[in-house]
Design a protein around this ligand. Structure first.
Ligand code: NDP
Length: 322
């Protein structure tokens, strides 16, 4: 029987257990997939810990890429199709049933690992740069955790759109990766107070937008890094959730905008999902976007993958290979 990773009680990485699990047959509009690569994302740690509660027990993981092996009634797909998806719970598995509406076809020339890597983090970087704050050529923007999964993609895509990226990172190796992805400036936010450094790097003006997936430890500095009427896109909480904010602070920071966006609201229709994914795949095929697979683990080692992600030891994308 195929394997899957199960959460029976919430907690630390040790609650991830590998189990034999029947994926079930695909229902109407669904396909059964042999998973080639399953993506590990920060949101999986929120599911596992209970920060984002799910009914127990549940199979964990949202994202992957693989090959269709069975097709449910009316599903617009055929056996042998290569697809990728980002919103199907139970994706840390050898086989999973995926709704076709939540999947995208993977073009020839894009390998399974790259496709899996782009679904959650890539789509997030895409909507942040096109819909949350549409980056303009000449803008300076601040990207936190610039060597992380979302961070490396944001840095490359913002640079390609003509922005000057200031990245923050916590190690010398991560600084190199952020620079290689296009960051014009890199700040070691583990060593220096980044907001004054950003002011200095922008001649006192501040940045047009801050893309902040770190949360608690960066939020105050992010507000202090914005230019007048700048945008703070708070899209995650890798360091913990941000406490309640007095709206008056947005006034004092220079009439700035604060938003807390999520991917689900930016891939509302299958057309929107596939349009964003196509932009990313096209960029890969054109050689304009390089997807770093920072680490791969066996399904059996999902626990170590979570420990490494939460321990800030990973760069780029983390994948599980069934
Ligand atoms: P990353 O690969 O970016 O890993 C998180 C990084 O955050 C770490 O590598 C680390 O980089 C940095 N970090 C800073 N402080 C801490 C801390 N105390 N503990 C752990 N990490 C810390 O993860 P992802 O790319 O998967 O996700 C990045 C963020 O984006 C997450 O908050 C996630 O929830 C969010 N997200 C939000 C989405 C949305 O639509 N809203 C969708 C996808 C992701 P360094 O060592 O350089 O500081």
């Amino acid at each position: 029987m195929p394997t899957a990773v199960l959460v029976s009680e919430t907690g630390g990485p040790e609650v991830l257990t590998v189990t034999e699990a029947e994926p079930g047959s695909p229902g109407p509009g669904e396909v059964l997939v042999d998973v080639a690569a399953a993506g590990v994302n920060y949101i999986d740690t929120y599911h596992r810990s209970g920060a984002y509660p799910l009914p127990l027990p549940f199979r964990i993981g949202l994202e992957g890429a693989g090959t269709v092996t069975a097709v449910g009634e009316g599903a617009d797909a055929k056996v042998g199709d290569r697809i990728a998806w980002s919103s199907t719970l139970g994706s840390y598995a050898a086989q999973v049933v995926v709704p076709v509406a939540a999947a995208v076809p993977v073009p020839d020339g894009v390998d399974d690992q790259t496709a899996a890597a782009l679904m959650l983090q890539g789509l997030t970087a895409h909507y942040l740069l096109t819909s949350t704050y549409a980056v303009q050529p000449g803008d300076t923007v601040l990207v936190h955790a610039a060597a992380g999964g979302v961070g490396l993609l944001l840095t490359q895509l913002a640079t390609a759109r003509g922005a000057r990226v200031i990245g923050t990172v916590s190690t010398a190796e991560k600084a190199e990766l952020a620079r290689a992805a296009g960051a014009a400036e890199v700040i070691r936010y583990d060593q220096v107070d980044f907001a004054p450094a950003v002011r200095e790097l922008t001649g006192g003006e501040g940045v047009a937008a801050v893309y902040d997936g770190v949360g608690a430890s960066t939020f105050d500095g992010s507000l202090d890094s914005l230019r007048r009427r700048g945008v703070l896109a708070l899209f995650g909480a890798a360091s913990g959730p941000v406490p309640p904010v007095d709206p008056q602070r947005l006034n004092r920071a220079g009439s700035v905008f604060l938003t807390r966006p999520t991917l689900a609201d930016h891939v509302v229709t299958t057309q929107e999902l596939r349009g964003r994914a196509a932009d990313l795949f096209d960029a890969v095929l054109a050689g304009e976007l390089s997807v770093r697979i920072g680490a791969t683990y066996a399904l059996d080692d999902a626990r170590t993958a979570h420990e490494d992600l939460e321990g800030r030891r990973t760069t780029g994308k983390v994948l599980l290979i069934p």
